[in-house]
Ligand binder design. Structure first.
Ligand code: SF4
Ligand code: SF4
Length: 320
């Protein structure tokens, strides 16, 4: 409630609208007396042991488009929902029919808090759930159930004196340990936020066009992050190692086809172009050849939002 009162949720009105239902499971699903929490590792199967360095290197190539690791494969909502439904079926085979409802990032559920209270990990200073053996590169899911289960214990926190995630955040969005101002977070700005991106934050986005992983990449516990065993989270073609100019050239039809079944699809082509226009402006400032030419192709786009970000990008000049 304090976090909401600060306005840290930005445009994510649903967080405020649902009030106490977010924190009290039985108000959301009447009859709920226990919550089963689950997590699922998502690093793609071909992830190298040096993956954190591989990802940081992308930031040193201003003409390359960076999509957050979790979003390079299939939409996790579908994958997790299916797996949670199967888990519930298996439980029902053992104990008989029971009332339940599964969630994954899809309803007013305080997922990270439920996960940490049930021992899936502790809340890192970046607010995500961290485990000593799996870092933070996993999705969370929950099954609200109408039967009383013995509670599992929380685990102790192991951030210690580390503040690497707070220090590295490009926009200083982590305003205190475990307190995130979403309005400054690049994940929020590129995915949840619908309007113009605040001018002062645009240069800080660099070449990140969908989400941001920095606070997780720097976290020492992510040395232990696990690869998924499923093909679902393998990076699909076109979403890694591509240039900003290539992705900026996608028509709306290309965008819809290439993001079919991907979480990226929900931001739509307009926000996609908005984000890439900012990244191209940043590439131009970094002296990347061809950035202005790419931007110019969208200078007369039908969307005012896109045109304004393109104009901003075109105004960026190499330093010095
Ligand atoms: S995702 Fe990026 S912008 Fe958001 S808190 Fe982490 S480092 Fe900062
Ligand atoms: S980077 Fe350090 S402070 Fe941040 S979550 Fe990881 S261990 Fe905790």
């Amino acid at each position: 409630m304090q976090w909401l009162a600060h306005g840290f949720h930005g445009e994510m009105q649903y967080m405020a609208t649902h009030g106490t239902r977010r924190a009290r499971p039985a108000e959301l699903v009447p009859g709920t007396v226990s919550v089963i929490t689950a997590r699922m590792d998502y690093l793609p199967r071909d992830t190298s042991p040096e993956w954190q360095a591989v990802e940081f290197d992308r930031l040193a190539r201003p003409g390359e488009a960076i999509v957050s690791v979790y979003a390079r494969g299939r939409d996790y909502h579908k994958v997790l929902r299916n797996r949670l439904a199967r888990l519930a079926e298996r439980i029902a085979e053992e104990v008989g029919p029971f009332g339940h409802r599964a969630f994954t990032d899809s309803a007013p559920v305080l997922e990270a808090e439920l996960a940490s209270r049930s021992g899936q990990g502790w809340r890192g200073k970046h607010t995500l759930v961290l485990d000593r053996n799996a870092g933070s590169m996993f999705f969370l899911g929950e099954i609200y159930v109408d039967m009383a289960l013995p509670p599992s214990d929380p685990v102790s926190a192991h951030c210690g004196n580390c503040s690497a995630c707070i220090d590295i955040c490009p926009t200083q969005a982590i305003v205190a340990p475990r307190r995130l101002d979403a309005r400054r977070c690049i994940s929020y700005l590129t995915i949840e936020h619908s309007g113009p991106i605040p001018d002062e934050l645009r240069p800080l986005m660099a070449n990140r066009i969908y989400g941001c992983d920095d606070c997780q990449l720097i976290c020492p516990w992510n040395k232990f992050a696990k690869k998924s065993t499923l093909p679902d989270f393998d990076a699909r073609e076109g979403l890694t190692g591509r240039t900003l100019a290539e992705l900026f050239a996608w028509t709306e039809e290309d965008f819809l086809r290439r993001t079919e079944g991907s979480p990226i699809r929900r931001i739509g082509h307009e926000r996609w172009l908005r984000n890439i226009a900012v990244a191209l402006g940043n590439a131009a400032r970094a002296g990347e050849g061809g950035a202005h030419e790419a931007l110019a192709t969208r200078a007369a786009h039908s969307s005012e939002l896109v045109r304004e970000h393109v104009a901003w990008g075109l105004a960026q000049q190499p330093a010095g």
